[in-house]
Ligand binder design. Structure first.
Ligand SMILES: Nc1ncnc2c1ncn2[C@@H]1O[C@H](COP(=O)(O)OP(=O)(O)O)[C@@H](O)[C@H]1O
Ligand SMILES: [Mg+2]
Length: 424
């Protein structure tokens, strides 16, 4: 992960809602700042969790620097340059129009135009589009060495990336401009709409336009006519930035079967869009204790008396439970149910380890993998966030010792099953 946090890059977090994108964004930004980069974490997430985790009293449209006192209190270098901000996109569309349409009368016409309003307010990707425009500006002017960008909750993350291209396709379409040239009479528009391309554009525009009537669309294109090229040029630049090597996409997922499946889908979707994924973070995988055990040198781990290496010794104990209860004559109904419960937990954990390991093996070359555990007390402060950063920076080193231990638990399970069978 360290290789991703380089000067001049923008790291964009992707993933379905609730997997921990916002948390991982903050943790990666902290890692970037710890690597001596002047870093900003930018959220488009309306929730205030990021603010809480960073210990900020306020998180607004301007970057707020994390204070030296908070950093020191979390045991961090007080000179870290870490700022956080919300992408406030409410006025972004108007700002674009103000910048590119110089004639005040035309500008007013655009602001009052119902098509403009539905394009900028109701269209689903509109906020995301504005956010990317803001990000473009910020990247050009704010002087951060690294920007880590969180994306909105729910499944819109990918749409977020497709919006500029869609917007360009729509507004830049010569058909659209030709169709909506105001001098045309309604009759001639109807005739033109008969063509296949025109029908496509009209359909697309209808999706953008909500209930706008045709005349408002024509008015919009007329008022925009002079500035349209400059605006589209700007959209192309944003689109180009998204596809440039400066931008690195990091997907966050958890280890649940559904989430892994969604992650696979997103991977192939990105591939077909020509977007390269730089890294995947599997978040909330196992617990911190297991991670810490895996991080110990192998020598120390195998010094444990148990037959199974340290990290999963609790699962190994579960595998002995049934036999030892039988030996103690305590195999009543209640304890049998309890053992079933524990064994289910063990098997679920073993499955999870297998799933993550095979997911790791099938990743396309060049896609890095990092893993963070479930933090029992939650991620609510800088110190905890910094621990998460540490896990992310150790990448997927946990997998090898973990798989070795899991194999040990599995053979123990099989042995005990055989033994139990003979006894029965
Ligand atoms: N590794 C983790 N361990 C424990 N809790 C976590 C972890 N990652 C995220 N969370 C918690 O899960 C919830 C959702 O995380 P969040 O980062 O807001 O997800 P998203 O942005 O993907 O919706 C938050 O309450 C957050 O504190
Ligand atoms: Mg979020």
């Amino acid at each position: 992960m360290k290789d991703l946090l380089t000067k001049g890059s923008i790291t964009i977090l992707l993933g379905t809602g609730g997997v921990g994108k916002t948390t991982i964004a903050a943790a990666l930004a902290l890692a970037g700042a710890s690597a001596k980069l002047n870093t900003a974490v930018i959220t488009v997430d309306p929730s205030e969790r990021l603010r809480d985790a960073l210990g900020l009293a306020h998180l607004g449209g301007d970057p707020t620097r994390i204070g030296t006192r908070q950093l020191a209190a979390a045991g961090l270098d007080r000179n870290l340059q870490l700022s956080a901000m919300m992408l406030d996109v409410s006025g972004e569309w108007d700002a674009i129009i103000k910048r590119f349409v110089t004639d005040p009368a035309r500008r007013e016409k655009i602001f009052d135009n119902p098509f403009y309003k539905s394009l900028t307010v109701e269209f689903a990707g509109s906020e995301a589009f504005a956010a990317l425009q803001r990000l473009y500006d910020l990247h050009q002017t704010a002087g951060f060495e690294l920007e880590v960008v969180d994306t909105p909750p729910a499944s819109h993350s990918f749409e977020f990336l497709q919006t500029p291209a869609r917007m360009i396709r729509l507004l830049d379409s010569r058909t659209a401009r030709w169709l909506f040239t105001p001098s045309l009479s309604a009759g001639r528009i109807a005739m033109k709409v008969a063509s296949e391309t025109a029908r496509f554009v009209v359909r697309e525009i209808e999706r953008f336009a909500g209930g706008s009537v045709l005349s408002t669309i024509t008015d919009f294109f007329a008022a925009m006519a002079e500035s349209m090229d400059a605006i589209i040029d700007r959209m192309h630049k944003t689109e180009a930035l998204l596809h440039s090597p400066a931008v690195k996409f990091v997907m966050v997922t958890t280890a649940e079967p559904d989430r892994i499946r969604q992650a696979r889908e997103l991977l192939s979707q990105m591939d077909s869009e020509g977007l390269k994924l730089s890294a995947i973070v599997i978040n909330r995988f196992l617990d911190e204790r297991t991670f810490q055990e895996c991080a110990r040198p192998a020598r120390e781990r195998s010094a444990a008396a148990d037959s199974v290496e340290r990290p999963l010794s609790h699962l190994a104990e579960i595998s002995e439970l049934r036999a030892s209860l039988a030996k103690d004559g305590a195999d009543g109904n209640g304890s049998a149910r309890l053992v079933n419960h524990f064994e289910e937990y063990r098997d679920r954990t073993l499955d999870e380890i297998k799933r993550v390991a095979s997911f790791a093996r099938e990743l396309p070359p060049g896609v890095k993998l990092a893993i963070a555990p479930e933090i029992e007390a939650g991620v609510r402060d800088l110190a905890t966030l910094s621990r998460v950063s540490g896990y992310l920076l150790s990448g997927s080193t946990i997998l090898k010792p973990l798989e070795a231990s899991a194999r040990g638990v599995e053979s123990l399970r099989e042995n005990n099953r055989l033994r139990g069978g003979r006894q029965g």
